[in-house]
Design a protein around this ligand. Sequence first.
Ligand SMILES: [Zn+2]
Length: 132
Amino acid sequence: MDVEQLVAKAKEAKQNAYCPYSHFPVGAAVLYKSGEVITGVNVENVSFGATNCAERTALFAGIAKGYHKEDVMAIAISGDTEDFLPPCSICRQVMVELCDYETPVYLSKNNGEIMELTLKALVPYAFTDMDI
Ligand SMILES: [Zn+2]
């Protein structure tokens, strides 16, 4: 699976987002070393704090399927945005917990442009299990 295909999976998943409050659908796709791709969407709640982002939905589903940090190959994120849509800080911290620091993270724009970053670039000086 190439980068464009992974981003396409995130974009496709976005159609299933549950976002009746923000009307801002987001999709994420996590590629595992097995070749499996697990997608996630944002799932909002009238009690806003109970909302879950697409990235966390996908990563948590991966955990439920038995995948671990060392199994993650890459993550792609897609939203209806003119600029690159980065993960929020809560998702970044979850990614630090559940992905390798060198994991590629692909941000995308509506026009199809893709930016590759590493988790390390997204979360410099991360709070990790080495800090406790
Ligand atoms: Zn988030």
